[in-house]
Design a protein around this ligand. Structure first.
Ligand code: MOS
Length: 742
């Protein structure tokens, strides 16, 4: 066998670290209080949100008398008595909030599920009882829910127009192309649904505020709360040692945090709030629905000559959030003539936001589905079609990729999967009543980095503590930081403890953009290096270490380091201390920036029952290259989780919208379908060794968001191979296959 799938505890390949078990494994399985809402505050009162039953209009009257009269109710807040907060801008506009609509800011309703009252009571049952006794009269107006709704304006803000990538003469080349594809695709609304619910607990001690909240960026939350309350960020501490799933939904501060903190200040009492599962659908961000038009032109021997990607995304009235994944799709393959454009459709919805691989998941789905259509039109193997159009430079700017192992990934995954057994002709492979299809697609994710700072403390016992306010959102970041420190110091990892997720520690990056290992890891490496320098270039052990402490006349050696990514300056660290994401690199010496991406190739087998059209995916195979892999065991889990999510995107996930009322219908885990064990097939993960010395000193590209890019296209392409039917609207469901001939 040439290529073996990676087992759960993989043998490290070239340029990979040790597959250590998770740093926090024992704490997690023994139920230590690691999550924000488990952290204790003294004598908290419970706050419960009451949310609007309409998507657009205004509150005419809100009657809280019956609720107020209930014993145990402390206070009910509405827009008539809301605690004052400063108006803060969306984080893309220099502010902190993920949605600039201020809850309880007035009688207007701008989206479904908007906070219209907050009940504060001694306990949850009382708060819930009171919430049901609040009577609200609305003046209801007809909302614009989504694409095609009356009143939903299509716009292209300047910032978005500037993202359009162009090369050559698309229109001319497309007109002249002998083989063409022109197809439209769509992806649905999606919600993250982390198992750990959204929550905020806030307590004041004089001027000092403590906030416990699951967050992917505690320094952002600290500064954001301070800015919304008009207080000094120095006085705000945020604690959140572990996060029980986030996927982007806990990335940027929502309006809930300053609201709860302001109520705690008003009542002079610690406040605990948990957002109920259904409320989470409108009180956090989401992945907005997207539409795409892909036009590809190629020569008969399979060379792309023209590529256009036009995208449309839904956003709110108040904010222009977009993901605009044309950056990836226009630079993926060699093609001399390129056009691209993204427009926003403004609807009466809350503002969308990050969700795992925000731009790449919808945009690469569309590109990779169109690539499969073109391969079929050319009667060419889809892997060979991608090989012919593989590139080592950007087709837009000519800048080189620092490394690109895409075809190595295809070759390894194809061999393991048995791609050579695929019949190109649709409906050609059957087993009993099942139609069998094979499909593949490219996965990619850009290497992003942010500034990061870290502290290291060494004691004479040889124990090292690393402090960095980065975050482990379930990815294995604690383990990665421990391994990076141990390797740099040349000590056993068990001698290294790691503290994260707390603003008591120096700021690390947002746990987003798959940049924690590269960014926080680089700061950890740097601070460990400084520690070694203090001790003459290496960490002595045993008695020699004790003697070194004696010589220095201390019992504790502490170092602090600030790391900035290549091309970013000191201002990136200043931005970090303000809880902002900071500036990117920019062109160096007039040369276009090199492209930094991790790549993968994903293969899927689907089986479709010829009578019921039941769709099963028995096998997925993915091969990935992401530069240096710090821990192949946790890396494998990231890839595995990514592909399983990709399966859910292909077949199950969609938030259903009542277009007349502008409201979500399936706002619960019974009806919002995600892949469960019985849906998950055999998933083979292959880690392709890759060395990239340009991306950063660690050679780490970032892999957390890589593997769920491409899965949906691979599965949809396999559905075509099985049935001859192109499903261009995700998810692929049985009803869309009813017209497949039995
Ligand atoms: Mo990830 S969507 O960048 O948290």
């Amino acid at each position: 066998m040439m290529a073996e799938a990676t087992p759960p505890v993989p043998e490290p390949g070239e340029n990979m670290g040790k597959p250590l078990p998770r740093y926090e494994a024992r704490a997690k399985v023994t139920g230590e209080p690691l999550y924000a809402d488990d952290l204790q505050l003294p004598n908290p009162a419970i706050a419960l949100f009451v949310t609007s039953g309409i998507a657009r209009g205004r509150i005419l009257q809100i009657d809280t008398a019956a609720a107020d009269a209930l014993p145990g109710v402390l206070k009910i807040y509405t827009h008539l008595n809301a605690p004052r907060r400063e108006v803060t801008k969306h984080y893309t506009e220099g502010g902190y909030v993920s949605d600039s609509a201020v809850p309880l800011g007035g009688p207007d309703i701008v989206n479904d599920g908007q906070i219209v009252a907050v009940v504060v009571a001694e306990d949850f049952a009382t708060a819930r009882d009171a919430a049901h006794r609040i009577a609200i009269r609305y003046e209801e107006r007809s909302p614009s829910a989504t694409f095609g709704s009356a009143g939903a304006a299509t716009i292209q803000p300047d910032a978005l127009a500037a993202k359009s990538k162009k090369a050559g003469d698309f229109a001319g080349a497309y007109a002249a192309a002998p083989v063409k594809i022109d197809a439209e695709y769509s992806t649905p609304t999606m919600h993250h649904n982390p198992i750990e619910l959204f929550s905020t607990a806030a307590a004041w001690n004089g001027e000092r505020l403590t906030v416990h909240e699951p967050s992917q960026f505690v320094w952002q939350l600290k500064n954001g709360v301070a800015s919304a309350l008009g207080i000094d960020p120095e006085n705000v501490e945020v604690r959140d040692p572990f996060v029980g799933g986030a996927f982007g939904s806990k990335g940027m501060m929502t309006q809930r945090s300053p609201l709860i903190a302001a109520i705690a200040r008003d009542l002079r009492r610690p406040i605990r709030n948990v957002v109920l599962r259904d409320q989470g659908f409108t009180l956090a961000t989401y992945r907005a629905e997207t539409r795409h038009r892909l036009q590809l032109g190629a020569t008969r021997d399979g060379k792309l000559t023209a590529l256009s990607h036009e995208g449309w995304e839904v956003t709110s009235r108040q904010d222009d959030y977009s993901v605009a994944g044309i950056e990836a799709t226009t630079e993926m393959y060699a093609c001399p003539n390129i056009a691209s454009k993204v427009s926003l459709v403004k609807a009466d919805r809350n503002t969308p936001g990050f969700m795992r691989s925000p731009p790449e998941t919808p945009y690469m789905y569309a590109l990779e589905a169109a690539m499969d259509e073109m391969a079929a039109a050319l009667a060419m193997d889809p892997v060979e079609f991608r090989r012919i159009n593989d590139t080592k430079v950007s087709p837009v700017t000519g800048a080189p990729y620092t490394s690109r192992s895409l075809m190595e990934c295809y070759d390894r995954a194809a061999a393991t999967f048995g791609w050579n057994r695929r019949k190109a002709e649709p409906m050609a492979t059957r087993e009993g009543d099942w139609l069998i299809g094979y499909g593949c697609a490219t996965a990619c994710y850009p290497t992003s980095m942010m500034a990061a700072t870290a502290r290291a403390i060494l004691t004479p016992s040889g124990r090292v503590e690393i402090q960095i306010a980065a975050h482990d959102v379930g990815t294995g970041a604690y383990t990665a930081m421990q391994q990076i420190a141990a390797r740099e110091l040349g000590v056993d990892p068990r001698m290294v403890s790691v503290r994260m997720g707390d603003t008591a520690y120096p700021p690390g990056p947002v746990a987003g953009g798959s940049m924690t290992t590269a960014s926080a890891g680089s700061a950890v490496k740097l601070v460990c290096d400084k520690l070694k320098q203090r001790l003459g270039g290496a960490l002595p052990s045993g008695r020699e270490l004790e003697q070194a402490f004696d010589r220095l006349g201390t019992r504790r050696i502490e170092e602090y380091a600030e790391w900035t990514p290549p091309g970013q300056g000191k201002e990136a660290v200043q931005a970090l201390y303000k809880g902002q994401m900071g500036g990117g690199g920019g062109a160096e010496g007039g040369k276009p920036k090199p492209l930094m991406y991790a790549f993968g190739a994903e293969f899927a087998e689907v089986r479709i029952h010829r009578l019921t059209r039941e769709i099963r995916v028995p096998r997925l195979t993915g091969a990935f290259a992401g530069g240096h892999i710090v821990n192949p065991r946790t890396a494998r889990s990231q890839y595995l989780g990514g592909m399983i999510w990709g399966l859910g995107q292909a077949l199950l996930e969609q938030t259903e919208l009542d277009e007349l009322r502008g409201r979500y219908i399936n706002d619960n885990l019974a009806e919002y379908l995600v892949a469960v064990n019985a849906d998950v097939p055999e998933v083979d993960i292959i880690m392709v060794p890759e060395v990239d010395s340009q991306v950063n000193p660690l050679g780490v590209k970032g892999i957390g968001e890589l593997a769920n890019v491409g899965t949906a296209a691979a599965i949809a392409n396999a559905v075509y191979n099985a049935t001859g039917k192109r499903i261009r609207d995700l998810p692929v469901t049985m009803d869309k296959l009813l017209d497949v001939p039995a």
